[in-house]
Design a protein. Sequence first.
Length: 201
Amino acid sequence: MASSTPASFEGGKSFYTQTVDAALAEIERLPGRHLYFPDDHLFGNARFATALFDGMRGMGRLWQAAGTVQAVLRPGLLEKAVESGLRSLFVGFETVNAGNLTEQRKWQNIDRDYDAVVRRLHDNGIMVNGSFVFGMDEDDPSVFGRTVEWAVGQGIETATFHIMTPYPGTRLYDRMAKAGRLLHSDWDATTPGPSSSSPPG
């Protein structure tokens, strides 16, 4: 699964960011105690994130969001997030196969210590929702068992598993199309099963 975000913003800016004051005012208006930030990468702009987390401290909110392996390992920012109420983080580990990271250009994950990422989150009292993608070129049938074994061994609380999908408008789609690897572009099509009139066998 490649991120579909670039396709969503095709023809426009890649990211749209509120001012910190506007974000804090919106948070103040929201009912309840629990928040979920749908931002693909709330930690991506460290200056914005630092100011946001400082502003949220003392609001009494508990929240969850998504972040990268690289962001988790960055000193200081995670601690600020925890002080402001972070309790669960969706982390794009993507794959346990290092060859896939290079092939898919996942620079934020290359040469990162995944075990250290989980330890750092758990040491700060944060629940981990690990995200993994199956179907990359370096995968073989053992990838399913190896991925689950690693996740269970690390004590990851929840996980999501995705099939790599070349969404139109993404770099993955462009690469696959250029290589002639797309079977069709009919997104309404489903894989046909055997016809009821087909002979057995």
